[in-house]
Design a protein around this ligand. Structure first.
Ligand code: SF4
Length: 327
């Protein structure tokens, strides 16, 4: 067991000040990922800053139609909030498709955004893993790479999928992440928050040192829209996605007027399929059109030894979701 400091913050400035120490410092909220990784000694902090007492647990509708969600709102509270169920059903469905009731009760909105990968080589603490130990290599590329490894957005340095369901729905809805740090407050577009692995897979997000997520603000819902989250996995509960889709559509005169498609389980970050969205706008409902745009969505996919099945599965999860939404 490694020792580390523990500090409990009562305010955001106090939390940011408490994070000003040499070495690894992590903010502790629900702890559903962090505590696992501490026990495995994959994350080795010098200090944990407990932020559970910060006043970041509210969900507030804004005058411009957006919805502001505090960083510490639990996954359960977010999925069951009446405004989320009414205005963002895709988000409620995606959260409820993830983890277990007990985990959703503890896990927070910001913690879910910051979720670490589920790659076994990352978690075993000994294999070559550029994410855990920069420059050591990637055991997954030549190893077992079936379920939690991606076909979109990979690099020669890391191929792990982003594991969140919630973030896939947020990628489709569009959102802004508000962060506070030593230099004040700033906003980051959700689409730019999670970084592709490239040749620096240990850099997973756009946060600077000591910055703390305070809110995630969802874009106003598209008017007259319908939305749905479909998740395909090895078993029907408590399992990460092999492929999932969050889709929002607006129909007019029998044609697609607006479309948002985001994918999970296949990409190294929550994956927005913008080219496929554009290709579907103006089309009529047909399985042929859905199959065509699903091909577009997966056209840049690069399979590895055990996960080539994710390319047709990624197409299926788009076609089936669109078919059910337009039935
Ligand atoms: Fe590490 Fe990423 Fe390779 Fe997994 S896929 S071993 S997380 S570098």
């Amino acid at each position: 067991m490694r020792t580390f400091d523990y500090a409990r913050a009562e305010s955001q400035p106090q939390a940011i000040n408490a994070a000003a120490v040499d070495g690894n410092v992590f903010y502790l909220a629900g702890g559903t990922t962090l505590l696992d990784l501490l026990k495995l000694e994959v994350m080795q902090p010098n200090r944990l800053v407990d932020i559970n007492r910060l006043a970041l647990k509210d969900i507030e509708p804004l005058a411009d139609g957006r919805l502001r969600v505090g960083a510490l709102v639990s996954n359960t509270a977010l999925a069951s909030h009446p405004l989320v169920r009414e205005r963002y059903p895709v988000l409620s469905q995606a959260i409820l498709a993830g983890a277990s009731t007990q985990l959703r009760n503890k896990a927070t909105t910001a913690g879910n955004v910051m979720q670490r990968v589920r790659c076994n080589y990352f978690r075993d603490g000994v294999s070559a893993c550029n994410k855990r130990q920069p420059g050591s290599g990637c055991a997954a590329i030549e190893g077992l790479n079936r379920s939690v490894h991606a076909v979109l957005g990979t690099s020669d340095h890391c191929i792990a999928t982003h594991p969140s369901d919630m973030c896939v729905a947020m990628a489709a809805i569009g959102a802004t992440i508000t962060v506070q740090g030593p230099n004040g407050t700033r906003e980051i577009d959700f689409a730019n928050f999670h970084l592709l692995p490239g040749d620096t897979p240990w850099r997973e997000h756009a946060l600077d040192t000591r910055e703390l997520i305070t809110h995630v603000t969802l874009n106003a819902p598209l008017s007259e829209s319908r939305s749905s989250y479909l998740k395909l996995r090895d078993r029907t509960s408590y399992q990460f996605a092999l492929a999932s889709s969050a889709i929002i559509i607006v129909m007019q005169g029998g044609r697609f007027k607006d479309v948002r498609i985001a994918l999970g389980g296949v990409g190294t970050r929550p994956w927005r399929a913008t080219e496929a969205e554009q290709a579907l706008i103006g089309q009529r409902v047909s399985l042929e059109a859905f199959a065509r745009i699903a091909e577009i969505a997966m056209k840049d996919a690069r399979p590895y030894e055990h996960n080539a099945f994710k390319i047709p599965l990624g197409q299926q999860v788009i076609v089936r979701n669109l078919r059910d939404l337009t039935a």
